[in-house]
Design a protein around this ligand. Structure first.
Ligand SMILES: Cc1cc2nc3c(=O)[nH]c(=O)nc-3n(C[C@H](O)[C@H](O)[C@H](O)COP(=O)(O)OP(=O)(O)OC[C@H]3O[C@@H](n4cnc5c(N)ncnc54)[C@H](O)[C@@H]3O)c2cc1C
Length: 372
């Protein structure tokens, strides 16, 4: 079998890159050992927040802003081409302080972001509760990132897989064993159903990226970091936008469900919802909005962030011609999906990427020496 491009992994990154490349007329085969979107991409809260994730202006913050700016047209095209809605909600995100030290810290961050011309508003406690009356009376003010929001990552994964397929990408179920190399180039993959030749290989296998032989990344470039989530149901809906405390977050859906997250656990690939993890996320939720204590818990899950050593993604070409990366997105893979799709597809097509990729190149690890 032969394709222009094989994509390893059908999480949101693999599907979005495949969608872009299939639309550009390339023959694309997406290889997924499970169900498209079944892993980290189904487990995410779906928060789209460069403001909370990047502590100060810099390349990572700019990457998040560039991806957020792409979201309206990305969603419009995705919903049209897939026929599926992705549950996008605006209203901004709120980072809430619960003591005076935290409030001072947030105010300092706001000054840095505002002096770089970036959009954030400082709210006092009365203004916060006017926006979100369900929040705890202990709130001591907040940062409001007005143009941020959230979406439903499971719906996003389904829509991306369908849009990619409708654009002409083929999906094959089964595990990729290795990336094949010849003459110093990536020339395809060894798949459990047989070899597949390709002009380009995109590694988008999430937390499992280093389990694909021939990946070309240093040890430790991607590792699993487990996150747990509990979902409570509130009627009528208690919150209307994403709220963060210093310890976690609550992501309300339009139907009144609220996702409470999350943990950051170094436990390898042990998929489990634990008593300690649940206690943590429920305390976060009840601390943010005390009425959550009365809400039924309707679902729980855990999965693995594809974590890089610096928490930033690995995008574009590495040292081996023909091999491209769309991995290592850590806590921000949903936010960074549109810019990943555009940047990695541009690299595969031999076009200039829409943003400077040097800070996110696999080559940055060579400069920093051995990884932990
Ligand atoms: C609890 C939690 C909360 C999160 N919240 C947010 C959030 O609010 N906002 C945000 O932006 N990000 C969030 N994230 C991060 C986000 O989910 C990830 O960064 C993103 O989903 C990564 O996408 P991916 O496609 O790289 O990985 P995945 O979705 O894990 O996809 C990788 C795919 O590769 C497949 N695969 C692996 N190995 C092979 C192989 N050898 N052969 C074939 N297929 C293979 C897997 O089966 C999988 O489907 C969260 C993550 C977690 C766990």
């Amino acid at each position: 079998m032969k394709a222009n491009v094989v994509v390893i992994g059908a999480g949101v990154q693999g599907c979005a890159v495949a969608w872009r490349l299939a639309r550009a007329g390339r023959s694309v085969v997406v290889l997924e050992r499970s169900i498209p979107g079944a892993e980290a991409s189904s487990a995410a809260g779906g928060i789209l927040s460069p403001g909370v994730e990047a502590l100060e202006p810099g390349p990572f913050y700019a990457l998040g802003r560039a991806s957020l700016a792409r979201y309206p047209s990305f969603i419009e095209a995705l919903e049209r081409e897939s026929g599926l809605a992705v549950g996008h909600r605006g209203g901004g995100t709120l980072e809430v302080a619960f003591d005076d030290d935290h409030a001072r810290l947030l105010a300092g961050r706001a000054v840095k972001l505002q002096s770089a011309g970036l959009p954030v508003t400082v709210l006092d406690d009365a203004e916060v509760r006017k926006l979100e009356p369900g929040l705890s009376p202990e709130a001591r003010g907040a940062l409001w990132f007005e143009d941020e929001g959230s979406l439903d990552p499971r719906a996003l994964g389904r829509a991306l897989a369908k849009a990619a397929q409708r654009a002409g990408a083929s999906f094959i179920t089964g595990r990729v064993l290795a990336i094949r190399h010849a003459g110093g180039h990536a020339v395809g993959v060894a798949h459990e159903r047989g070899p597949i030749d390709a002009d380009a290989v995109v590694l988008a296998a999430g937390a499992w990226s280093l389990q694909v032989a021939g990946h070309g990344l240093p040890d430790g470039a991607v590792r699993p970091v487990r996150g747990q989530i509990a979902v409570v149901e509130t009627r009528p809906p208690l919150l209307s936008r994403v709220v963060f405390s210093g310890h976690g977050y609550a992501v309300p859906r339009a139907d009144g469900r609220i996702l409470l997250g999350s943990t950051m656990e170094e436990v390898g690939f042990e998929k489990a919802v634990t008593a300690g993890g649940l206690r943590h996320v429920l305390e976060v939720g009840i601390g943010l909005a005390p009425a959550i204590a009365m809400a039924p818990v309707v679902e729980t899950w855990s999965n693995f962030r594809p974590a890089s050593p610096d928490g930033e993604p690995i995008l574009g070409p590495g040292a081996t011609p023909g091999l491209f990366y769309a991995t290592g997105h850590t806590r921000n893979g949903i936010l960074l999906c549109p810019i990943t799709a555009d940047a990695v597809a541009a690299c595969v097509l031999g076009q200039p990427p829409p943003v400077e990729l040097a800070p996110f190149s696999a080559r940055r690890f060579a400069a920093s020496g051995p990884l932990a």
